[in-house]
Write a protein that binds this ligand. Structure first.
Ligand SMILES: Nc1ncnc2c1ncn2[C@@H]1O[C@H](COP(=O)(O)OP(=O)(O)OP(=O)(O)O)[C@@H](O)[C@H]1O
Ligand SMILES: [Mg+2]
Length: 280
């Protein structure tokens, strides 16, 4: 059988059958999807916020999650970052897989390191310097030599597109940065712990158009190394930035597909009406 004759399903079947024999790196290389959910449901005090979400997120791609306010976008993202464990009254069911393996098969600290999240409002640690903010997550996981730490901080700031603006003032308080710079600092802080998947919940909604376009450039560069999922209310942003789009409505995933298809010929009339601005 030639490589060309192996279709997607058969590669996935091979992967499942031989899972035990593969190293972590081999599983990563073989699986097309970094992250999958099966029948993922979240309820708060018995009231369902999202139900039966079945989704797959490809490696090296950006997926935009769109939908009207209150439809469960943040709830979904938080579930992917295991944040509901700490929410009183929250109940999560269904499964989440990373590289085809259920998260229960991983060590939880390892799973948390693999998934990073950046929030709507930049949230740098206010009493820490720029350098300390970027290295903050790292020191939680292991001890690093100073030189090693310097290199990781520099690399994270370069990747987040903030190095040139901060290299001469790394010891200055993070609060001295502008809102857009603070958001790139939060991206650098996330990158420093070397995640594989990065979740962004409306990362540019509080920023001016120039800062927004800097963040978009950053995300575009990052996708070659990471799997990116971004919640946005900005339809232009979703269409110019993402490879795939998921449309949520009333706690359900209504439609998922290539962004070009979703924006030009969606299958569901709800998707179309939302995109053209009939509601939301
Ligand atoms: N911690 C919580 N406790 C109780 N209910 C919650 C909690 N978080 C979210 N919800 C409910 O879950 C539903 C989905 O909320 P969610 O924040 O996910 O919406 P969203 O799509 O992100 O909206 P927006 O676009 O306004 O950010 C809402 O009805 C909300 O009230
Ligand atoms: Mg939200």
């Amino acid at each position: 059988m030639t490589d060309e004759s192996i279709n997607i399903t058969s590669v996935e079947e091979v992967l499942t059958a031989n899972d035990a024999a593969l190293t972590e790196e081999e599983i990563y290389e073989k699986s097309k999807f970094s992250l999958e959910t099966e029948n993922l449901c979240v309820s708060f005090h018995g009231r369902e916020a999202i139900s039966d979400i079945n989704s797959k997120f490809r490696k090296h791609s950006i997926t935009a999650i769109i939908g009207p306010s209150g439809c469960g976008k943040s709830t979904f993202l938080r579930a992917l970052n295991f944040m509901h464990d700490l929410t009183p009254g929250a109940l999560v069911s269904g499964s989440i897989k990373i590289h085809g393996k259920d998260i229960s098969e991983y060590d939880m600290t390892d799973v948390r390191r693999r998934v990073g999240m950046v929030f709507q409002k930049p949230n740098p640690f206010p009493t820490m310097s720029i350098y300390e903010n970027v290295s903050a997550g790292l020191t939680l996981y292991k001890r690093h030599k100073r030189k090693e730490l310097d290199e990781i901080v520099e690399r994270a700031l370069v990747h987040a597109g903030l190095w040139e603006e901060t290299k001469d003032r790394l010891k200055v308080s993070a609060m001295a940065l502008s809102g857009g710079q603070q958001q790139r600092l939060c991206i650098a802080r996330t990158l420093a712990i070397n995640p594989e998947i990065i979740l962004f919940d409306e990362p540019t909604s509080a920023l001016d158009p120039i800062s927004t376009s800097r963040i978009e450039e950053t995300l575009h560069t990052l996708k070659k190394d990471y799997t990116i999922i971004i919640v946005t209310h900005n339809m232009q942003q979703a269409s110019r930035l993402s490879d795939y789009t998921s449309f949520f409505f009333l706690g359900k995933l209504i439609e998922h597909g290539k962004t070009r298809t979703i924006f030009t010929s969606p299958k569901n009339t709800l998707t179309e009406e939302y995109i053209i601005g009939k509601f939301g």
